[in-house]
Write a protein that binds this ligand. Structure first.
Ligand SMILES: [Zn+2]
Length: 120
């Protein structure tokens, strides 16, 4: 996990439905990037995303979740630094391996925005 990334700058997504930071409305993910909406976060319902943009990773830590022990890192909006969820870096249980490299985003921390009008 030591790959060098260029300095963070905000990415703007184009899709009909985009999930944004609930605090500053930076674009985080597209509706089609959601794998499951049936997850549980620290603040209630959470979504599992395969890709999330405009986020920075916090320190890696081992955390015992409902589905067992995982290595995770918090993910925070690069614009306002609010923590919106976490990434699964490593799952110790074979049945949970599919979550590695995927992102949990707390529904309570994000907004859903529709861009129907932009289609003309
Ligand atoms: Zn933000």
């Amino acid at each position: 996990m030591d790959d060098q990334k260029p300095p963070a700058h905000q990415v703007y997504l184009t899709a009909d439905q985009i999930y944004t930071c609930g605090n500053c409305h930076a674009h985080l993910g597209r509706n089609e990037d959601i794998i499951s909406k049936g997850f549980q976060g620290r603040h209630g319902r959470a979504y599992l995303f395969k890709t999330v943009h405009n986020i920075a990773l916090g320190p890696k830590e081992d955390r015992v979740l409902m589905t067992g022990l995982h290595s995770v890192a918090d993910i925070a909006c690069i614009v306002c630094q609010s923590v919106v969820g976490w990434i699964y870096i490593y799952a110790f249980e074979d049945s949970q391996k599919y979550k590695e490299g995927k992102y949990i985003v707390e529904k309570a921390k994000i907004s859903k925005e529709n861009f129907w009008l932009q289609k003309g």
